[in-house]
Write a protein that binds this ligand. Structure first.
Ligand code: FE
Length: 335
């Protein structure tokens, strides 16, 4: 009897064992990916070994590990870092029709080296009680002297701002973008400090009238258990710039399969799972990001901000222009 029980438990555990594992190097906060990974394991029997770290450190680690790297998948929260991994020859094409079909061309590498998994809109918020949204129009307009001393935005060493400037370089050219950056710096209410949440709080207490932020930060503040966070978030409203032309600047969280992956098939299955409707809905509900797959229902908070036209520049361009963007911001005095 005892033996047959043992045999039975061996048989039960066998499929999971046979399905194996996948090693994920992730720059996402563990809480914002772990529940999804657990669902993946429940559905496929594939165990996920999660290694969390800063994106640059993970990329460096993969470089130094070389062909011995245990990494199967690299996951980051911006296109710029995926581009760096691509440039360092750390990724391989996923070769997945599922991914190519699910992810719009703007949000993936043409060779399949990386794919967007969720969308992040970097837009403008304004003080509801002090700013008439009719006076807002575009990112370009943020350099207009009418905003003197009224804008809050975080520092230029932040990759989200580097990517925003990289997109502007693509659209306007370097010279015009540099003039724009100087105008923006002249309009700042204070030297840049803190993260996107701090810019929202600064608007709420009247230090500035408008701020540039990723919308999911506003979503997390609105859902916060801390009443002060909610109050600050409720003092601002979302504005979608450039709706007459190219649209709102977008970034991605995304992932690619490591060049030396030891479990490439499991890596592919993990990425395919992350673009499934179930996983796509989860991003919107838990982290207030936009689904990368079209036709997935958005959460109530996202719906409350309204629909908008998104920029369709291929996000690979953000990586191409990153170095130029960093130098330009420095020349413009953007701290
Ligand atoms: Fe972020």
């Amino acid at each position: 009897m005892r033996w047959s029980l043992l045999l039975l438990s061996l048989l039960i555990s066998l499929p999971a064992f046979a399905a194996g594992e996948v090693n994920l190097y992730s720059a996402r906060k563990e809480a914002l990916i772990k529940p999804l990974l657990e669902r993946f394991t429940a559905e496929t029997g594939i165990d996920v070994n999660l290694i969390t770290g800063k994106a640059d450190a993970l990329v460096k680690r993969m470089q130094s590990e070389g062909s011995n790297s245990p990494a199967d998948v690299l996951l980051t929260v911006d296109a710029g870092r995926l581009h760096r991994a691509e440039q360092a020859d750390l990724l391989q094409p996923a070769g997945s029709e599922v991914l190519d079909r699910a992810v719009p061309a703007a949000y993936r590498d043409p060779q399949g080296l990386w794919y967007g998994l969720s969308l992040r809109a970097r837009t403008i918020v304004y003080a509801k009680d002090r700013v008439d949204p009719k006076t807002l129009s575009s990112y370009e307009d943020l350099a207009d002297p009418k905003w003197k001393g009224r804008i809050c935005i975080r520092s230029s060493n932040n990759i989200y701002n580097q990517s925003l400037v990289a997109a502007l370089i693509d659209e306007l050219g370097e010279q015009t973008t540099e003039t724009w950056a100087k105008g923006l710096v002249a309009n700042m209410a204070r030297p840049p400090k803190g993260g996107d949440r701090d810019q929202i709080k600064a608007v709420a207490i009247g230090q500035c009238d408008i701020a540039v932020i990723n919308t999911y930060y506003l979503g997390t503040m609105l859902a916060s258990t801390d009443p002060r966070e909610r109050k600050a978030a409720e003092a601002v409203a979302v504005f979608w710039p450039n709706q007459q032309d190219r649209g709102v600047h977008m970034n991605i969280s995304g992932a690619g399969i490591a060049k030396y992956a030891k479990h490439p098939d499991n890596a592919r299955r993990l990425l395919e799972f992350l673009v499934s409707p179930e996983a796509q809905r989860w991003y919107g509900e838990v982290n207030f990001e936009y689904p990368v797959v079209q036709g997935v229902a958005e959460s109530a908070t996202l719906k409350s901000w309204g629909t908008f036209t998104a920029d369709t520049i291929n996000l690979g361009r953000l990586g191409d222009n990153n170095a130029a963007a960093v130098k330009l911001m420095d020349r413009a005095g953007w701290r």
